[in-house]
Design a protein. Structure first.
Length: 256
């Protein structure tokens, strides 16, 4: 049986999700603790469906593991030895499921730039494009973004991305390009040419700490479990708020 587990974590505590030698990562911590409580053998490990960079948080990343242990028991035993990661939902299947879609949110404090241009620029990236110049290392990547919605709140934007697949650094580069366009540093035509693979606009990265992997859709039903740890429950319920507050604190600190 394949067990799929949804996980929430604050990325500031980890150097990314993917397991790395001698480095604190989410996969590494989950694997270590699962072995500690005999949920995995020493030659088995946790594997996520989506990689998140250093500082990037999640309320819906999914890991897969093959096991005969009942899901509720697996999650309960694992949660008991976790401090700042929570496994809160599960699904099972007899086969490896494929990703239907992923949903990310980016939280950006409003700056001294044109709000209308910022919102307008989201439409440039929706649809099928060559995102090579919006990927770390300029790896060739032709793909489709299904939707980008920009919601305004007091003092910040919430930019929601939906697609089947995102490449490394892609969302952060898109957000920075949107910001540069709104500030008049980047022309619309330059962005469109970049999306045709015809011009390298030298897109830089927006901060990773403001990015949240909200959910992954595998097309199967997940079941939530009761969460007893109040601190971890609060992390899930308030992850978006926490990320925004953190950015506000950073802004005030930098201005002093």
């Amino acid at each position: 049986m394949y067990l799929y587990v949804k996980v929430a974590y604050i990325g500031l505590h980890y150097h990314g999700s993917q397991i790395q030698k001698n480095t604190k990562t989410v996969e590494g911590m989950l694997t270590e603790k699962a072995r500690e409580v005999k949920l995995l053998n020493n030659n088995e490990r946790i594997r996520f469906y989506s990689r998140t960079d250093k500082g990037v948080s999640s309320t819906g990343n999914i890991f897969i593991v093959k096991t005969d242990i009942k899901p509720e028991i697996f999650l309960r035993r694992l949660n008991k030895v976790l401090k700042d990661i929570i496994c809160y939902s599960y699904a099972t299947s007899e086969k490896k499921e494929q990703v239907v879609s992923k949903k990310y949110s980016y939280y950006l404090p409003k700056g001294e730039y044109d709000t209308h241009k910022f919102i307008e620029s989201a439409n440039f990236f929706v649809g099928n494009h060559d995102f090579t110049y919006f990927v770390k290392g300029h790896k060739h990547f032709q793909s489709t973004i299904n939707a980008i919605k920009v919601k305004e709140y007091k003092g910040h934007f919430n930019i929601i991305f939906k697609a089947k697949k995102f490449e490394w650094g892609m969302i952060r580069k898109i957000v920075k390009a949107m910001q540069d366009y709104a500030e008049g540093k980047l022309a619309k035509n330059d962005i469109l040419l970049a999306l045709e693979g015809k011009k390298d606009i030298q897109a830089s990265l927006a901060e990773g700490e403001n990015l949240l992997l909200e959910d992954i859709n595998l097309g199967i039903k997940f079941y939530n479990i009761p969460i007893k740890n109040e601190y971890l429950k609060e992390c899930i319920n308030n992850a978006k708020r926490d990320l925004f507050i953190l950015q506000e604190i950073k802004n005030k600190t930098n201005s002093q």
